[in-house]
Design a protein around this ligand. Structure first.
Ligand SMILES: O=C(O)CCC(=O)C(=O)O
Length: 321
């Protein structure tokens, strides 16, 4: 069995001041309830969304299975007018479909030119953006992106981390979010920013034996809840999350920069590339490993272990929970 789930704190009616003073500094996920999100919580029905945002084309993920896997790419990308997409995502069985009549849909909205532009619902969906009041519990200049997340019932998004703090604002529908402490990265079988372990509720422990050591935190998000997901910051850094949409639902993710701007990769429109210093360090490490290959095995092993000790001594935080 995997670890039993630990609690995620829940707070009601949190003001900007209280968030910044008492919740943010803890660097732990927290569910914020009862925040005024504007009229979206009552207005955003399937009919209203499709009529208001109209036929703007959106690129979506389509999958025949509920567990989407970014690493094996068990889904395809397709383009649909927004109104058609929303109607299909809200259905369980489709008359018109791409692969199968019970296929699942997922939208992670993008900038107009995803290679250059950052997702901002105020720019891509201005008429809907009027209905949502984003809790600006950070400084205006820190804003990075606001991303639409619309998913079919049952859809499960792979475990990953992002590099910026964010609010996951659940506007309609219910979600279950499973989080892992960043310190448990060694047990998550990572490939880049994603975990190979898809079925977090019933993991294949023969294939992923270390996964049982990962401390799991779990929370449910109801319509109107906001989940704070802290990312990349010492001393708790990088919270992994896996998201299961229990119902058709609409969310908006707001990311903001909490490190100095120059730390981020300027080409990163998704907000999920490691900070530039971390990417450079990994490249240098890869070069060091290649260099070690010039040595016979027992020497390679000896120097590799010495390097690990040096990394531990020089770079590990002493402030480790
Ligand atoms: O709610 C979702 O669909 C995904 C949310 C997510 O990945 C995030 O908050 O970074």
């Amino acid at each position: 069995m995997a670890q039993p789930a630990g609690p995620v704190a829940r707070h009601s009616g949190v003001s900007r001041e209280r968030f910044r003073q008492d919740i943010y500094p803890l660097r732990k996920p927290a569910v914020l309830k009862g925040i005024d999100l504007g009229t979206c919580t009552t207005k955003w029905t399937v009919d209203y969304l499709s009529q208001t945002a109209g036929t703007k084309e959106v690129k979506i993920h389509v999958s025949t299975v509920p567990q989407m896997d970014f690493l094996s790419k068990n889904f395809v990308y397709r383009t649909l007018p927004f109104d058609v997409f929303v109607r299909r995502a809200a259905e369980v069985k489709h008359n018109e479909y791409f692969i199968s009549e019970d296929e699942k849909y997922y939208l992670r909205s993008l900038g107009d030119d995803p290679r250059k532009d950052i997702a901002d619902i105020r720019k891509q969906f201005p008429s809907l953006a009027e209905d949502i009041q984003i809790p600006e519990y950070f400084e205006k200049e820190q804003f990075f992106s606001s991303v639409f997340r619309i998913s079919s019932a049952g859809l499960q998004l792979w475990t990953h981390y992002d590099i910026m703090d964010n609010f996951l604002i659940q506007i309609t529908g219910k979600k279950r979010v499973i989080l892992y402490n960043p310190r448990d990265a060694p047990y998550l079988y990572l490939a880049g920013t994603k975990s190979e372990v898809l079925n977090v509720d019933n993991p294949d422990l023969e294939k992923y034996p270390l996964f049982m050591k990962a401390r799991r935190y779990e929370c449910s998000l109801e319509a109107g809840d906001v989940l704070f997901i802290p990312d990349f910051f010492l001393p708790t850094a990088l919270w992994f999350h896996n998201v299961i949409s229990e119902e058709f639902g609409v969310g908006v993710n707001v990311f903001w920069k909490h490190l100095p701007s120059e730390c981020y990769d300027k080409t990163d429109t998704y907000g999920n590339k490691d900070p530039t210093a971390a990417s450079r360090a990994v490249q240098i490490l890869d070069r060091a490993l290649k260099t070690l290959e010039e040595l016979p095995e027992e020497y390679r092993d000896f120097y590799a272990r010495r390097m690990v000790l040096r990394i531990q001594e020089k770079a590990y935080s002493t402030n480790y929970e």
